[in-house]
Design a binder for this molecule. Sequence first.
Ligand code: FPP
Length: 249
Amino acid sequence: MTKQSVEIDLPDQISPDRLPRHIAIIMDGNGRWAKRRRLPRIAGHRAGIKAVRQAVETCARLGVPYLTLYAFSIENWKRPHTEIRLLMGLLREYLKKEIEELNRQNIRLLVIGRIHDLPKPVIQDLQNALDQTRKNTGLHLVLALNYGARAEMVDAVREIVSRARQNGTMEIDESLLSSHLYTSGLPDPDLLIRTSGELRLSNFLLWQAAYSELWVTETLWPDFTQNDLYQAIIDFQKRERRYGGLGLS
Ligand code: FPP
């Protein structure tokens, strides 16, 4: 099969009525992409933004309602100061440049994570982008920033305990805990994609991904194209989701 015919065929193999409601992506491999080219790591992150644009545009066009991108984890503060500074700079640049395009594509931006601990200028740019895209009704683009799933659960438990102290006892169940997570109101991810071949969740959406279908590719994030995304969705649509049952109903 020629490359040309692969590009034409893949979207036709996707059933529009069985799209994942929520796709979450661990965008890994920017550093390795740069290293292979003898470039500084930040060049890999910069190239990663192009892949972000393509994934966002593809999800919006297909009609996927939610896309969550793991853009900066709580553990990423352990990286060298210069890399963190440049990553924050890239994020700010993305937020400023992309608002117009997000609005054009009817995309609403959301964020999850310990946002209040990010640098002040980043918080201001985020707030601005959230405000300016608030009315959009198409794809919800969720950026996980200063995000860690364990921290998210700790924050949820703290909130529940503080409410219980005020209101007396509370019935604790799964839906109560879910409603205190950063993702409250969002559906759990149906499909969780990880690039660059690593087989781990890296503290990403641990609660929400309980029944997510996992799809891992060796492709490094900056090389991830719309065809990789099509392939992930096609594979997802072939899976039988059983949620611990027998899958016969
Ligand atoms: C992992 O690659 C990637 C990150 C820690 C950051 C992801 C950030 C971007 C794609 C750019 C900014 C994003 C947005 C949404 C504006 P790595 O550095 O861990 O790669 P390695 O494992 O090969 O070293």
